[in-house]
Ligand binder design. Structure first.
Ligand code: CIR
Length: 253
């Protein structure tokens, strides 16, 4: 169960964030509204939400998930793969220094975006991507091993981050799209296959037995509800324009 979430309010400069979506610049005012609804949904799931101030020096900083991996036994400050995002970790490290769990940090030449890390009980799947390299994954393994955690890697082909294409919904249940439907590394899960027309909905977030789903993807939402989960649908259209999804917008502890 999670009790707390950390989010970072979108900054005005988010309109200059990294994007491969080719769907135009986000509408800042709408993004702020959508972010407020996101915070409300986290609160509905029983979380106390800490909101960090916006920072125009880092257009992508609202995607706070990438900067830090929070586990039950330790916290790892990452080293984001995109150079323009490296400095985002400073603010998060300052806040996490107040956490009661030991803190470690990924070092050069390692790079790691925590959007590439999926936790399943005591095991961590790490996507090797344009953002996360083998050195980053190796360092993570060494940091986590003394805490009783294991790590394995999965090479990505078609998505930005591992959790762009899969989401763990607890109870051995994995929401998965595209290349992840056939990865041998993921055999053994009960897979909920995301339809090709709804690829964006592969990024959902399990929080205390509810699942946050992006609005507008009825097939995926029905599939998750038919599995017995209560869902909360949220419009995150403006974050999608920057290749971001629901999980990227918070750290959950
Ligand atoms: C980026 O390219 O880094 C941001 N525009 C989007 C990051 C999304 N984060 C995530 O999927 N974990």
């Amino acid at each position: 169960m999670f009790t707390c979430a950390i989010v970072k309010i979108p900054c005005k400069n988010m309109v200059n964030g990294i994007s491969h979506a080719n769907t135009g610049k986000p509408d800042y005012a709408l993004a702020v509204k959508q972010h407020q609804n996101y915070i409300r949904a986290l609160e509905t799931c029983g979380l106390e939400v800490v909101a960090l101030d916006p920072d125009d020096s880092f257009p992508d900083s609202t995607f706070i998930e990438d900067t830090c991996l929070v586990t039950g036994r330790c916290v790892v400050i990452t080293r984001p793969g995109a150079v323009s995002r490296r400095g985002e970790t400073r603010d998060v490290a300052r806040v996490m220094a107040g956490c009661d769990r030991p803190l470690a940090e990924i070092q050069a030449p390692g790079t790691l975006d925590a959007g590439d890390v999926m936790m399943v009980k005591d095991h961590f799947y790490v996507g090797l991507s344009d953002r996360t390299n083998a050195a980053g994954a190796d360092q993570l393994e060494k940091i986590l091993a003394p805490h009783g955690y294991t790590v394995s890697t999965i090479r990505l082909r078609s998505v930005l981050h591992l959790k762009t294409g899969i989401s763990y919904l607890e109870n051995n249940c994995l929401l998965a799209w595209g290349e992840f439907l056939t990865k041998p590394e993921l055999a053994g899960f009960t897979v909920l296959p995301v339809h090709d027309t709804e690829a964006y909905a592969a990024n959902c977030v399990w929080i205390n037995d509810r699942v946050l789903v992006p609005e507008g993807f009825a097939k995926t939402r029905d599939m998750i509800e038919n599995k017995g989960y209560e869902t909360i649908a949220l419009d995150v259209s403006e974050f999608r324009k920057l290749d971001g999804g629901l999980s990227c917008l918070s750290l959950r502890l």
